[in-house]
Design a binder for this molecule. Structure first.
Ligand SMILES: CC(C)(COP(=O)(O)OP(=O)(O)OC[C@H]1O[C@@H](n2cnc3c(N)ncnc32)[C@H](O)[C@@H]1OP(=O)(O)O)[C@@H](O)C(=O)NCCC(=O)NCCS
Length: 151
């Protein structure tokens, strides 16, 4: 299994490569650095064979709501549980910060990702018109996290 650890500045080239291979939007280095430096952000990478094989990042939007901004796994490393491991580690961190719900948007055309999230307990709560820069709508999904009280 991959090692999951916080993003480091030296990961940036590999993260941008995976982002460009996986996501239709083109994100530049500055955006990744802003997320990694943000006080309410979480940015994790998966490392396999000494290479970054995937990443996840997101923010706390409020005291109890977290948003996943990006999740991507290198095409050569998909279907090995790396996406699942990244999501689990992300969830553990934001839960420890008090998050009770995780929100995200995903393209309706991205059937793999929609299925991936559904299987992991995310429910569709609406459509955001023209969410993406190419005009595609976004499916808004949410997952409620178990209450940690009493554990
Ligand atoms: C969505 C994405 C992150 C999933 O990453 P992944 O590492 O392939 O995910 P996992 O391996 O954890 O799980 C994928 C599936 O493989 C299955 N799987 C896991 N290990 C497996 C194995 N050894 N053999 C076969 N299947 C396996 C899982 O059960 C899961 O099944 P599901 O699709 O029915 O849920 C990846 O497809 C990706 O980067 N897509 C492009 C970017 C993207 O769409 N991001 C999300 C939008 S924000």
């Amino acid at each position: 299994m991959p090692v999951i650890r916080p993003f480091r500045v030296t990961d940036i080239e590999q993260v941008i490569y995976i982002s460009n291979m996986s996501l239709k939007e083109n994100y530049d280095a500055e955006l990744f650095f802003n997320i990694s430096e943000s006080w309410n952000g979480t940015f994790l990478v998966a490392v396999s064979d000494n290479m970054v094989s995937g990443f996840i990042n997101g923010l706390m939007e409020s005291d109890c709501i977290s948003r996943i901004l990006m999740l991507a796994v290198h095409p050569d490393y998909r279907f090995q549980g790396i996406g699942e491991a990244l999501l689990k580690n992300f969830t553990a961190i934001i839960s420890s910060w008090g998050a009770k719900k995780i929100l995200l948007e995903v393209r309706p055309s991205n059937l793999t990702a929609v299925g991936f999230y559904r299987k992991r307990g995310f429910k569709t709560i609406g459509i955001v018109k023209n969410f993406y820069s190419d005009g595609e709508n976004g499916i808004k999904m949410i997952k409620s996290l178990p209450d940690k009280k009493g554990e």
